[in-house]
Ligand binder design. Structure first.
Ligand SMILES: [Zn+2]
Length: 230
């Protein structure tokens, strides 16, 4: 992982999530289960109306309060639409977010921007960039599987890499996400933007590779049943 915080220029509320967009194309992910290099395009969040729900993935039956998705595109494709038509087009890194007592200083730079994208259609500037590496858990253990896009078409084009260790933010910090709106500013019936996760789906015949050491291939094995994909 080689992410440049200076490439994070703005964040937008599209009514479904808040998405931080990168420019420049020099934030790159490679190695692990991936062949080739993948450029980080954007990261966004899923969260619940309370701490008992919010993540799109479940780990050993547990749903976390929120989940961050870092969306990467394979550098061998030049456009997003080209990439999603291929089975090696995208890689999404998922990070579980848990709510604890202490504020997460690295996340505060994110939260301060989220605050400024309150309504659907709002865009907020990112001043001074975001240190993306500090938003990730310390442990590099992850689960990998081939899955689909979250948006309709649901192409099986995504290498999912889900970090096993969660990161922690405070009640005050997650409250900022829950303060966002699905509706645009000035709409007569404002709708809160919460529970923007897809219900858990069965694993079907999918095999999971679980990686318990680092972002290099070492000991892989399949893990059945206890992990569910979106
Ligand atoms: Zn997502």
């Amino acid at each position: 992982m080689d992410y440049l915080g200076s490439e994070v220029k703005s964040a937008g509320n599209n009514g479904h999530s808040v998405t931080f967009t990168l420019t420049g194309g020099n934030s790159v992910l490679s190695g692990g289960p991936l062949t080739g290099k993948y450029t980080l395009l954007q990261f966004h969040f899923h969260w619940g109306s309370d701490n008992s729900k919010g993540s799109e993935h479940f780990l050993d039956g547990k749903q976390y309060s929120a989940e961050m998705h870092l969306v990467h595109m394979n550098q061998k494709y030049s456009t997003f639409s080209e990439a999603i038509a291929q089975n090696d087009g995208l890689c999404v890194v998922g990070v579980f977010i848990e709510v604890g007592d202490e504020a997460n200083p690295a996340f505060q730079s994110v939260v301060d921007v989220v605050k400024n994208a309150q309504y659907n259609g709002d865009t907020a500037a990112v001043n001074g960039g975001i240190d993306i590496n500090k938003l990730l858990p310390e442990s590099e253990e992850y689960i990998h599987y081939i899955g689909s896009l979250t948006t309709p078409t649901l192409n099986e084009c995504v290498d999912w890499i889900n970090m096993i260790e969660p990161v922690r933010i405070s009640e005050e910090q997650i409250a900022v996400y829950r303060g966002l709106y699905h509706t645009a500013k000035g709409e007569a019936n404002p709708v809160q933007l919460v529970n923007n996760f897809r219900p858990c789906q069965g694993l079907n015949d999918r095999k999971l590779n679980i990686k318990l050491s680092s972002f290099e291939r070492r000991s892989w094995w399949s893990w059945w049943l206890r992990w569910f994909r979106r």
